[in-house]
Design a protein around this ligand. Structure first.
Ligand SMILES: Nc1nc2c(ncn2[C@@H]2O[C@H](COP(=O)(O)OP(=O)(O)OP(=O)(O)O)[C@@H](O)[C@H]2O)c(=O)[nH]1
Ligand SMILES: [Mg+2]
Length: 439
């Protein structure tokens, strides 16, 4: 995500940070380079110029903070300006707003293929995890497969879908809302049709739909891979529909960053979520300050902490701690942990968020998924008793497990040895849970 921009800015600032004094000409040169980096990231020229001018002005007027070097002071100013460019001053505005009276109606709009249908399901899943049940409404009637796609996603996340095949999309949306009210669901997510380009017929339909269902959020789904062009599209939708928030999708790709950096500036509606993959769980709330840190290569400690925290509820953590203390941590628990870690995506992505580590890791760094899969296969080939009590694992049992999991006896041996070591270590550290959980 924004690798190129991040690299360029990182190089500029590490040069500045190394200096004890920064003269006006050093600053001027650095800012010229920042402008080029922004343009290469597909930020519009006026936006890049304005950005650099603001940073320059503030840098020249800045009192160097006692604890910061001149270079660090400039990086801090750039960070603050980048944060201001990416989102509203009050971060609460970037959260989802719900109407007082249920159901809260959320409309998803955007160009064809931007990710509306997928984000509708992702959002529904996220809300479900927060205790809000949604009705998904299939108001894209032009592509027959669109309805099927939403139904399949609904099944996957176990939420109802309101559909009527073809028909008048405005009427379908209206009846969908009525249905949600009737069955007592708190939220309605309306998936709408997209076009290759903004056209009057589409805008007219969406605008009539909006009047009919009175949504509390009109979310524009925008593909971050389209770069600066996304801002023109955003303006088109905003003028006709009054967009209240943006979901920026496909940030997992090698997007240059232009859309993310320009869209809030262009329409004043905050980015509320980002799509980071095709899976239904691949949606993250957007935080301007954290994104700025990530772009500047400062890592993203907060998101990392949240991710690890969401893995362990307090209760789970306590129960794990008890298990360690009683030495009752079994291979089943071990397998659980392994699956938990996998749930949050590849470990490589996670490690890249660690401040200071992000730049040191090789670009193509990944944790060997295959290794994790083998460990999983080995544990799954054990009987329940063996998982509870690995001491049972004599030579013939190990041979059976190796055959069953398609691995070698030596791999089984290694796993058992590692598990024993982990357990011994955990017992020692069990009392210091906070360290272990990284909280
Ligand atoms: N990599 C990646 N792919 C995504 C993301 N969001 C959606 N996609 C993919 O993008 C493609 C289009 O997504 P859809 O949700 O069908 O897009 P849409 O806007 O509903 O498309 P139309 O209904 O045709 O207008 C699908 O293949 C999705 O899997 C994302 O955040 N990252
Ligand atoms: Mg769709």
């Amino acid at each position: 995500m924004f690798d190129q921009l991040s690299e360029r800015l990182g190089a500029i600032f590490s040069r500045l940070s190394g200096r004890g004094r920064i003269g006006e000409s050093d600053l001027g040169e650095a800012m010229r380079e920042v402008r080029v980096a922004l343009l290469e990231a597909d930020v519009s020229l006026p936006a890049a110029r304005a950005f650099v001018a603001r940073v320059k002005e503030k840098s020249l007027g800045a009192d160097v903070l006692a604890s910061l070097s001149p270079g660090q002071t400039i990086v801090k100013i750039v960070h603050d300006e980048l944060t201001a460019l990416l989102g509203p001053a009050d971060p609460a505005q970037a959260r989802l707003h719900f109407s007082d009276a249920p159901p809260a109606v959320i409309m998803l709009v955007g160009l064809q293929g931007s990710g509306k249908t997928t984000q509708a399901a992702k959002l529904a899943l996220r809300l479900k995890e927060q205790g809000r049940r949604s009705l998904l409404v299939a108001a894209d009637v032009y592509r027959p497969a669109a309805v099927d796609q939403l139904c399949a996603l609904g099944k996957q996340i176990e939420l109802p879908v309101f559909e009527r095949g073809q028909g008048d999309p405005v009427a379908i949306a209206r009846d969908g809302v009525a249905e949600a009210k009737r069955i007592g669901l708190s939220t309605v997510l309306v998936d709408t049709a997209g076009r290759l380009q903004i056209d009057d017929a589409l805008m007219d339909e969406l605008s009539r739909m909006k009047s009919a269902i009175n949504p509390c959020e009109v979310l524009l789904v925008a593909d971050s891979m389209t770069g600066q062009e996304a801002t023109a599209v955003a303006k088109g939708f905003h003028e006709r529909l009054g967009v209240t928030g943006v979901i920026l999708t496909k940030l997992d790709g090698d997007t240059r960053g232009g859309a993310a950096l320009s869209i809030f500036d262009a329409i004043g509606a905050p980015i509320k979520f980002v799509g980071v993959g095709e899976r239904v769980s691949a949606l993250e709330p957007f935080h301007a300050d954290r994104m700025a840190s990530r772009i500047l290569g400062m890592g993203d400690a907060m998101t990392l902490i949240e991710k690890t925290q969401s893995l362990y509820s307090e209760e789970q953590a306590r129960s794990l701690e008890q298990k360690f203390l009683r030495n009752a941590f079994t291979l089943d628990d071990f397998l659980d942990q392994l699956r938990q870690v996998r749930k949050i995506g590849s470990m490589g992505e996670l490690l890249k968020m660690v401040p200071g580590l992000s730049q040191k890791l090789p670009k193509d760094f990944t944790v060997p998924e295959a290794e994790v899969n083998r460990v999983e296969a080995i544990i799954c080939s054990m009987t329940r008793r063996e998982r509870r009590d690995p001491a049972l694992l004599n030579g013939s049992r190990r041979k059976r497990i190796a055959v069953g999991s398609g691995t070698q006896v030596s791999e089984v041996n290694r796993l058992v040895r590692q598990f024993d070591e982990t357990r011994r270590m955990m017992k020692q550290f069990g009392g210091k849970r906070r360290h272990f959980l990284g909280k």
